[in-house]
Design a protein around this ligand. Structure first.
Ligand SMILES: Nc1ncnc2c1ncn2[C@@H]1O[C@H](COP(=O)(O)OP(=O)(O)OP(=O)(O)O)[C@@H](O)[C@H]1O
Ligand SMILES: [Mg+2]
Length: 341
């Protein structure tokens, strides 16, 4: 095992009956890394997590952790912790008893047990809530109990499957920070499943983007945000203007269009709304929609190329619905895509 492959998924094929959900997945995760698994509903994120946790038998391939093949090791012997979207706390047990539960199963008692539970509760900021029942806690607090309950088991890998999706925006942000802190403090390796790209960008060391059971791109948040490799990833991370390239020309609704400057060689080009230049350029469009977003304004343009979304500073003069505007898709600003699907 090298440091870069502390957790290693090797040619992992996962299926429900005869239906393969994840074919031939290869993924190496370094010790202490925080990986975000990002992708649309049904792409295989939970399925992959369940296989790592040992809750789903593997059809073929291997799961290796810390130098050992754990493909057929039972879930409770894997040193893999799991926190799901629904916190699944025991409602009749206190916060303290919930956190102590797994440790007791391991045979811990007395002062040693108490010390671990107290320190687990302290690490998630809930030391004064030990005697409460889950129903007497907010959603965020319940999620923190679930996190403490997993962390006290000192897992080698902690899997979090959309743990924040039940929380409101403010709590999500708080929990995000909390997770990052716990991860930095304990150095635990984490895989974090989300379909929220902002969350993945904010949290992860590396992001794995999945599509239909396969990995579409792995990279740093900067890579994924600025250098999507495919139209699928570009679309997923907010590039709204995406076109195939053919012989250096853009394939659009009205046929092949010449750009104002030489594009790079690529299968396609993608522009975020704010990469579109509004006011000058070789193309024309009619304002069909406009929305104000505080410090910026977004325009939806009807154009011969198809619909174009452009974003400008809110301080720029506003254009009314129906206005005709010139615009440009500057080739040098576009993200070049190596695959177009
Ligand atoms: N118990 C099951 N039996 C049969 N098929 C299943 C089962 N669970 C999931 N699937 C299928 O496997 C595929 C992957 O599902 P999975 O739950 O891994 O998706 P996901 O990426 O976690 O999606 P979401 O973001 O909606 O949670 C989907 O096509 C899904 O319908
Ligand atoms: Mg899921």
């Amino acid at each position: 095992m090298s440091d870069a492959s502390y957790l290693s998924l090797q040619k992992l094929t996962l299926a429900y009956g005869d239906t393969v959900a994840v074919p031939d997945l290869d993924l190496d995760i370094a010790k202490g890394e925080l990986i975000a698994l990002l992708g649309p509903s049904g792409c295989g994120k939970t399925t992959t997590m369940r296989a790592v946790a040992g809750l789903l038998p593997v059809k073929s391939g291997h799961v290796r952790l810390d130098g050992a093949d754990i493909t057929h090791v039972s879930p409770n012997k894997r040193a893999v912790g799991l926190v799901f979207q629904s916190y699944a706390l025991f409602p009749h047990l206190s916060v303290y008893e919930n956190v102590a539960f797994g440790l007791k199963l391991k045979g811990l008692r007395g002062a040693e047990l108490d010390k671990k539970v107290r320190s687990g509760l302290t690490s998630v900021g809930l030391s004064t809530f030990a005697d409460r029942k889950p129903a007497e806690l907010s959603g965020g607090q319940q999620q923190r109990v679930a996190l403490a309950r997993s962390m006290v088991m000192e897992p080698k890998v902690l899997l979090l499957d959309e743990p924040l999706s039940n929380l409101d925006a403010r709590l999500r942000l708080e929990m995000r920070t909390e997770l990052q802190r716990v991860q930095k403090e304990t150095g635990v390796t984490m895989i974090f499943v989300t379909h929220d790209q902002a969350e993945a960008l904010a949290l992860a060391d590396r992001i794995v983007v999945m599509k239909a059971g396969k990995i579409e791109q792995i990279g740093s948040p900067e890579d994924i945000y600025n250098r999507p490799v495919s139209s699928f990833v570009a679309d997923f991370v907010g590039f709204e203007n995406i076109f195939p390239l053919e012989n250096g020309r853009l394939r659009t609704a009205s046929g092949l269009e010449e750009l104002s400057s030489q594009p790079p060689s690529a299968a396609g080009l993608a522009w975020r709304p704010r990469m579109v230049s509004l006011g000058t350029g070789p193309f024309r469009g009619t304002v069909r929609g406009t929305s104000f977003a505080g410090d910026s304004r977004e325009y939806l343009l009807d154009t011969p190329l198809g619909a174009i979304k452009a974003e400008v500073e809110a301080s720029a003069p506003a254009h009314p619905l129906g206005a005709e505007l010139a615009f440009d898709l500057p080739a040098h600003k576009a993200a070049p895509l190596s695959t177009f699907s």
